[in-house]
Design a protein around this ligand. Structure first.
Ligand SMILES: Cc1cc2nc3c(=O)[nH]c(=O)nc-3n(C[C@H](O)[C@H](O)[C@H](O)COP(=O)(O)OP(=O)(O)OC[C@H]3O[C@@H](n4cnc5c(N)ncnc54)[C@H](O)[C@@H]3O)c2cc1C
Length: 403
């Protein structure tokens, strides 16, 4: 079969690439091949089924959300900023709303509706699909003007949008990395991101289900590698938005060693024990602590700090004071693992950005092969950033691919 453009992967990146390219009216068909029987399986369950599709942000905020190499994402963001995405979605019957934090959702609160509308828009634009077939071979053109060979297809250009390695039951099993590697592309070793953390300490399990709205998590002794926000205790360790956003950084370190020491700042304020002693020296410390933390957790913190629950401020020794302060602003935990790819919402690592041109997303090693979405070495926090990256990078690839 001959195609102008062949897209590997019918996730949000591949669907946007296909829809965009087909609307250009290319000489031959746009084809999309996906290993799953249905397209956009991950998109359809995103945001707990509500689909946090994008985030109202400036170009600087978008780049910052993706960390050290975030500037790479700017040309794609400029090609399809959040307002333009919202407009395009509205055109296909998916009006969107933004919450006060800037997170953009479909008004229907249904991620599956977004997937269905994109699929219908692609079909109307003439995109052709093959489902339930994993691409196995990607062979580059044999001469400057020759086509690519992708299994039984020949295509002028290819977009590799096969996702990362997270939630493999939803389609992205890492086989896209193998295809890129077969062409000589370097893969920054993938690790799970946006996932929970498993701790060596068992005390968090006793508080499973308890959430704290404002905690700073940091790599022990490295306050600049930190994340602040809501934390949830689980039966195996910790989770919640701040932990998810922090998890990729821990996962990278876990790759190199057996465990990663981290610390939690539960108090955020300078603790003035002198004033507390003056104001109410006869008061049990537990009663004071239970005003800033849930009572059961306050008891655990005192236990960990080796302080009797009935001790009063007037009897708190200098050494005990130091220990209590340490357990409130740098509560130690040892991370031994993550939720793994199975339970992660994003993959950190992927195709090295050094080998891809940011303004076209074309690979530097091979002509007319573009990359889009999570397969690239970029991952953002929760809040709609990853889906926006998938959409805008797919849009850019579908706009510029040579046909
Ligand atoms: C449970 C969950 C909830 C999420 N919620 C949100 C959210 O609310 N907001 C947000 O911004 N992000 C969210 N994310 C992340 C977001 O869904 C991904 O970043 C995004 O889907 C990546 O898009 P993609 O098109 O690059 O890859 P994917 O969506 O992973 O799609 C890749 C496609 O390629 C196909 N494929 C893979 N290999 C091959 C092959 N060899 N041959 C053919 N096809 C292949 C797969 O079957 C798949 O359909 C969530 C992720 C998960 C797991």
């Amino acid at each position: 079969m001959e195609a102008s453009l062949l897209i590997i992967g019918a996730g949000p990146a591949g669907l946007l690439a296909a829809w965009t390219a087909a609307r250009r009216g290319l000489p031959r068909d746009v084809w999309v091949v996906d290993r799953r029987p249905v397209p956009g399986a991950k998109l359809a369950v995103s945001g707990g089924g509500r689909g946090n599709l994008s985030h109202a942000a400036t170009e600087e905020e978008f780049a910052a959300a993706f960390g050290r190499f975030g500037r790479f994402a700017v040309p794609a963001f400029r090609a399809l900023p959040p307002d333009a995405l919202r407009q395009r979605l509205a055109e296909i019957g998916v009006p969107t709303v933004a919450d006060p934090a800037g997170r953009i959702y479909p008004r229907s609160q249904s991620a599956a509706q977004v997937r269905d509308a994109l699929l219908a828009a692609c079909t109307r634009a003439g995109v052709r699909f093959v489902f339930d077939r994993a691409v196995q071979n990607l062979a580059p053109p044999e001469s400057p003007d020759a086509p690519w060979t992708v299994d039984s297809f020949s295509a002028r250009s290819v977009v590799l949008a096969a996702g990362g390695q997270s939630a493999p039951h939803l389609g992205s099993d890492g086989s896209g990395f193998a295809l890129a590697r077969s062409l000589g592309y370097e893969i920054v070793p993938p690790v799970p991101a946006l996932t929970s953390l498993r701790t060596a300490e068992t005390w968090p399990a006793a508080h499973s289900g308890l959430s704290l709205p404002d905690v700073t998590i940091a790599i022990a002794g490295q306050r600049r590698v930190a994340e602040r926000g809501e934390l949830l205790f689980t039966h195996r360790g910790i989770s919640g938005p701040a932990v998810l956003n922090f998890s990729g950084r821990v996962a990278r370190r876990l790759r190199d060693g057996e465990s990663v020491p981290i610390e939690l700042d539960l108090a955020h304020a300078k603790l003035d024990f002198h004033a507390l002693r003056q104001e109410d020296g006869s008061r049990p410390i537990l009663a004071w602590l239970a005003r800033i933390l849930p009572r059961a957790l306050a008891g655990t913190i005192l236990d960990l700090a080796g302080i009797p629950a009935d001790l009063t401020f007037s009897r708190l020794s200098a050494a005990q004071e130091t220990e209590l302060a340490r357990h409130l602003v740098a509560l130690p935990l040892t991370v031994q693992g993550t939720g793994g790819f199975k339970d992660s919402m994003a993959t950190a690592g992927g195709i090295s950005l050094k080998q891809v041109k940011p303004d076209t997303l074309e690979g530097r090693l091979t002509p007319r092969l573009h990359f889009a979405g999570e397969i690239l070495d970029l991952d953002g926090p929760t809040g709609g950033w990853n889906l926006h990256w998938a959409f805008c990078s797919g849009f850019l690839a579908g706009t510029v691919a040579d046909a």
